[in-house]
Design a protein around this ligand. Structure first.
Ligand SMILES: Cc1ncc(C[n+]2csc(CCOP(=O)(O)OP(=O)(O)O)c2C)c(N)n1
Ligand SMILES: [Mg+2]
Length: 804
C-alpha cells in the first residue's frame, strides 16, 4: 500500500490552494509573456505552444504538487506545461527568478522539463510526446524490480505519475507500453489525461474518452472520468439541472470550445436557443450573470480543485489508474478554447488585463505572493509544510566495483556475439557485486542475441514465480525459462521503443530508487532505428545502460536487406551520451565491456567541459555493435596499453613502416578482409600499416576535444588518433573499410591531411554469402587493394583482380 494517501484539506487550506492555483497560472503566463515581449535578443523567435497548453494543466498540477504528491512520487509533466512546472518550483524556492526570466533563453528554464538541463528537480524529461508517459510505466516496473530484489525496502513506494496531453495518446509507443505493463503486472502508475480535446492543429474527435476508457480497462487499469466540476454538479441538482447536463453531454467538442472562447453572452444565447423553452432550465440560466454563466459552463473537473483533490485522495489501491480530466485549453486566458490557440500568445494589452485581474502591480510581477488575498506569512508557512518537496527526491547510489579484467575463454574462431554471450555467462557464474546488479532485457531476441546462457543462470524476473513447464515436464530444452522475483532478466515483447524506455528507467534507478542497476539490453542492430527516438530520449535524460546490438551490417548475409544495418555506425558516432564501440575480436570486447561497467557509473555531475568533451569524467551509456561472423582470434596478452588504446578507439595492429604508402583502417567484422588485403599488397607497397578502429565514435570525439582544447589555449592537447597517425608520412593514403556507412571512418583523412578512400555499404543489401556480398558492395580484400592502388601511385599491385 502506498504511504501518504492524502487527507481532505480544511476550508482554509482549500482557500490557500485556490490562491496558489491563481499564482501558478499568473507566473507561468508572465514567464511566457516575458520571454516573448519583454526580453531582448530573442531573434524574433516566439514561444510555441506553451501558453494555452500550460493553462490547461494549472489546476491539476496545483492539486498534485501542493497537496496530493509525496516526495517518493515521480512525475512526467506534459512538455508544454513546463512553465507551470517551473512556476510551482519557483514557489517552492527551487527555481530562480533569473531562470524564469530567461525561459527558453540561454541557460534559462527549459522549454520542456529537463532532468539534465533544469535545476528544479525534474523527475523525467519530456518533449517528444508519448515518451515521458511511457517512462512512468517502466519506472514503476523498475521500482518493483528493485524492491523484489530486497533493495530500497526502507523507503516508501512511490507512484509514477504522468500528466498526459490528450493528443499524446496518438503516439503508438503509449500502446506498446500499456500492453507490456499489463504483461508485467503494472502497479502504482497514474496517468492523468489533460482532456482538453485539443491538440496542436485542431479539436480532437468526439467520444475519444470512451475509447480510452475501454482500452485502459481492457489492460487492467482503473479508469476515472472527471468531467464536471463542483459548480456544475451543484447546478445539476437544481431544477432543470438534468437537462443542462444532457445538453453538455451532447455538445460537440468544437462547439463547446467555440463557446468557451466567446464567453458568457454566447453561452446564454446558445443555451436559451437550444433548451431555453423548458421552464426550469431557463430559470437556472437566467439566475446567473454572463460572467457567472461562463464560470459555470467552464467549470470542468480538471479546473476544479475540490473535485481533483477528492479524486486523488480516494485512491486506496495500487492498481494503475487512468484519470480522464476534462479541461479547457487556455483556461483563464483570453484565447481559452480557440482552436488556433496552440501557439497563442497574449498581446501586451491582454497581458495587462490579466495583470489587473490578478491584482499584480507593475514591477511586482515576479513577487511570489503579490495580489493574493491571504497574507504572505500564512502562504509561506503553508508552502513550508507541503510534503512533496520536503523529502529527498534525487538519490545517489554508490558505484559498484567493476573488475578491470573479465574472464572469458577465447576459442580460436569466434564471433563477437558469441563472445558477448560467453562473457555474460562467466559473469552469471560468479557472485560478484557487478553480477548482482546486472539486469538484462531484450525484446524477444534474448536467445538469438546470445543472452541464453546468462538467463539460464540468473533466471527471468517476474513479481510472481512461474516455473518453466517444459522443465517440470522433463522435456529437454537448451534454455530454462523460470520466472521469479529474484530473476535478473526482463523479457519484453517485440517492441524496441519499450526496450529503450525500459533501459531509460533501469538506467536512472540510482537517482530514482537510490539503488544502482547495471542494465544491459540486447536487440538486432537494424532495429535500433525502430526505437531511435526513445534511445535518444534515454540518453538525453542521462540514463545509464549498455546496449548490445547484434547481428549487424551485411555480414549477416543470407538474412538480406530487411535485417541489415547501414546507418547504425553513424548513429553511434552522432548520438550524444552514447559511446559506441565495434570490436573485431573477443579480447577487445572483454576490455570494452569492463570499461563500460565503469563508464556507465561515472558521475553525471556537470556538463562536458573543454577537458572532458569526450565525456570521460561525466560518463554515459555504451553501445556495442557486434557481429555473428566467426573470426579467427589473435593470441595475445592484453597489456594495459593495448586495453587503453582499445577503449580510446584504435591501435596499430601492424604499425606502418618508414616507407609506408598505404594504411588500411578497418572496423569490426571485416578484419579478415583488411588483413588479407595488407598481405596481397605486401609485395608491391612497402610497410603497409593496419589500423584497428574499435570505436570510431570515441576516436572522433577525442579528436574534436583536442582541437577545441588547443583553440582554447591548451596547446599540448593531443588526441589519440593524432598520435597514432602522427608518424604516417603525409603522402600516404588511407583506405578505410567497415560493414556500415563509409562516412563513419572517412574523416580519418582530415586528422593530418591524408588522402582517404572510404569503403563501406551505402545501399540496401542482397541476400547471399558473405563473400558474395562483400564483393558486391566493395568491402572485400580485392576492393581494399583496388582502393589502395588508386590512391597511391606506384607499380601495379599484381594480386589485384578486376572489380565486378
Ligand atoms: C514526437 C513529437 N511529435 C510532435 C511534437 C510536436 N507537438 C508538440 S505538442 C503537440 C500536440 C500536443 O497536444 P496535446 O498533447 O493534446 O497537448 P495540449 O497542447 O492540448 O496541452 C505536438 C504535435 C512533439 N513534441 N513530439
Ligand atoms: Mg490536448
Amino acid at each position: 500500500m502506498i504511504e501518504g494517501g492524502t487527507t481532505n484539506p480544511s476550508a482554509r487550506e482549500l482557500a490557500i490552494l485556490h490562491e496558489l492555483e491563481k499564482k501558478v497560472l499568473w507566473l507561468a503566463s508572465w514567464t511566457i509573456h516575458h520571454a516573448n515581449h519583454l526580453r531582448e535578443n530573442l531573434d524574433g523567435v516566439k514561444v510555441g505552444g506553451h501558453q494555452a497548453s500550460s493553462a490547461s494543466l494549472a489546476t491539476i498540477m496545483t492539486a498534485l504538487y501542493f497537496h496530493a504528491l509525496r516526495p517518493q512520487d515521480r512525475v512526467a509533466v506534459k512538455p508544454h506545461a513546463s512553465p507551470i512546472y517551473h512556476a510551482i518550483q519557483y514557489l517552492f524556492d527551487r527555481q530562480t527568478r533569473q531562470k524564469l526570466e530567461d525561459f527558453r533563453g540561454y541557460k534559462g528554464a527549459q522549454s520542456y522539463p529537463s532532468r539534465s538541463k533544469d535545476i528544479d528537480d525534474v523527475d523525467f524529461s519530456t518533449g517528444s510526446v508519448g515518451l515521458g508517459v511511457a517512462q512512468t510505466l517502466f519506472s514503476s516496473l523498475v521500482q518493483d524490480y528493485v524492491r523484489a530484489h530486497g533493495w530500497a525496502l526502507e523507503r516508501p513506494e512511490g507512484r509514477m505519475i504522468a500528466l498526459v496531453g490528450d493528443a499524446e495518446l496518438d503516439e503508438g509507443n503509449i500502446f506498446e507500453a500499456i500492453l507490456e505493463g499489463w504483461k508485467q503486472g503494472l502497479r502504482n502508475c497514474w496517468w492523468i489525461i489533460d482532456y482538453n480535446r485539443q491538440s496542436l492543429d485542431a479539436v480532437i474527435r468526439e467520444g475519444l474518452w470512451a475509447r480510452y476508457g475501454a482500452l485502459f480497462q481492457a489492460f487492467g487499469w482503473d479508469v476515472v472520468i472527471l468531467k464536471y466540476g463542483s459548480l456544475l454538479q451543484q447546478a445539476f441538482r437544481e431544477p432543470g439541472g438534468e437537462r443542462l447536463r444532457q445538453w453538455i453531454d451532447n455538445c460537440p467538442n468544437q462547439l463547446y470550445s467555440a463557446l468557451v472562447f466567446q464567453g458568457g453572452a454566447a453561452w446564454r444565447r446558445r443555451l436559451l436557443d437550444e433548451i431555453g423553452g423548458q421552464g426550469a432550465v431557463t430559470r437556472l440560466i437566467e439566475a446567473r450573470s454572463d460572467e457567472e454563466l461562463a464560470r459555470l459552463m467552464t467549470n470542468l473537473a480538471g479546473h476544479d480543485l475540490p473535485s481533483l483533490i477528492e479524486a486523488f485522495a480516494k485512491v486506496d489501491h495500487e492498481r494503475p489508474i487512468c484519470f480522464v480530466c476534462y479541461t479547457i485549453k487556455g483556461f483563464g486566458l483570453p484565447f481559452a478554447g480557440h482552436k488556433d490557440n496552440h501557439a497563442g500568445l497574449m498581446t501586451p494589452a491582454q497581458a495587462e488585463s490579466l495583470r489587473a485581474a490578478m491584482n499584480v502591480r507593475p514591477g511586482h510581477e515576479w513577487d511570489k505572493f503579490e495580489g493574493l488575498s491571504i497574507a504572505p506569512a500564512e502562504l509561506q508557512e503553508f508552502l513550508r509544510r507541503v510534503p512533496f518537496p520536503a523529502g529527498t527526491r534525487r538519490h545517489q547510489a554508490a558505484r559498484i566495483e567493476a573488475p578491470a579484467d573479465l574472464p572469458v575463454t577465447i576459442k580460436p574462431v569466434m564471433s563477437t556475439q558469441t563472445g558477448f554471450g560467453a562473457l555474460l555467462n562467466e559473469l552469471g557464474r560468479g557472485k560478484t557485486a557487478i553480477a548482482e546488479r546486472i539486469v538484462t532485457t531484450s525484446p524477444d531476441v534474448t536467445v538469438s542475441t546470445n543472452l541464453g546462457a546468462w538467463v539460464n543462470r540468473r533466471g527471468l524476473f517476474a513479481r510472481e514465480a512461474l516455473a518453466d513447464t517444459f522443465r517440470s515436464e522433463r522435456i529437454p530444452s537448451t534454455f530454462s525459462w523460470d520466472f521469479s522475483p529474484r530473476g535478473q532478466h526482463i523479457e519484453l515483447g517485440i517492441a524496441e521503443m519499450n526496450l529503450f524506455i525500459l533501459l531509460s528507467a533501469l538506467g536512472l534507478s540510482h537517482a530514482i530508487n537510490g539503488e544502482r542497476l547495471i542494465p544491459i539490453g540486447t536487440l538486432y542492430d537494424p532495429f535500433i532505428q525502430r526505437g531511435l527516438d526513445a534511445l535518444n530520449y534515454a540518453c538525453y535524460q542521462d540514463a545509464r545502460f549498455i546496449l548490445a546490438a547484434t547481428p549487424s551490417g551485411i555480414t549477416l548475409a543470407p538474412e538480406g536487406g530487411a535485417h541489415q544495418s547501414i546507418a547504425t555506425p553513424l548513429i553511434g558516432l552522432a548520438q550524444d551520451g552514447l559511446a559506441a564501440f565495434e570490436p573485431a575480436f573477443v579480447d577487445e570486447l572483454a576490455a570494452i565491456l569492463a570499461f563500460a561497467f565503469d563508464y556507465i557509473q561515472r558521475d553525471a555531475e556537470g556538463e562536458a567541459s573543454e577537458r572532458n568533451w569526450l565525456r570521460d569524467e561525466t560518463g554515459g551509456s555504451v553501445y556495442l555493435r557486434l557481429s555473428t561472423r566467426p573470426i579467427e582470434q589473435i593470441k595475445r596478452a592484453m597489456t594495459p596499453e593495448l586495453r587503453q588504446a582499445i577503449v580510446d578507439g584504435a591501435y596499430w595492429q601492424r604499425a606502418p613502416g618508414p616507407n609506408c604508402q598505404v594504411v588500411v583502417a578497418y572496423t569490426g567484422a571485416v578484419v579478415p578482409e583488411a588483413i588479407q588485403a595488407v598481405g596481397l599488397m605486401a609485395e608491391d607497397r612497402r610497410d603497409v600499416g593496419l589500423l584497428a578502429v574499435t570505436s570510431a565514435d570515441r576516436l572522433n570525439a577525442g579528436w574534436t576535444a583536442a582541437q577545441r582544447a588547443r583553440e582554447r589555449g591548451l596547446v599540448h592537447a593531443r588526441a589519440h588518433i593524432e598520435k597514432l597517425l602522427g608518424d604516417v608520412p603525409s603522402h600516404c593514403g588511407i583506405v578505410t573499410v567497415i560493414d556500415g556507412h563509409p562516412a563513419t571512418l572517412a574523416w580519418l583523412g582530415a586528422v593530418h591531411g591524408h588522402r582517404v578512400r572510404a569503403l563501406g555499404v551505402e545501399h540496401f543489401g542482397q541476400t547471399g554469402s558473405i563473400p558474395d556480398l562483400y564483393r558486391h558492395y566493395g568491402i572485400d580484400a580485392n576492393a581494399v587493394v583496388a582502393a589502395a592502388a588508386a590512391l597511391t601511385p606506384g607499380r601495379p599491385i599484381r594480386h589485384l583482380k578486376a572489380l565486378p
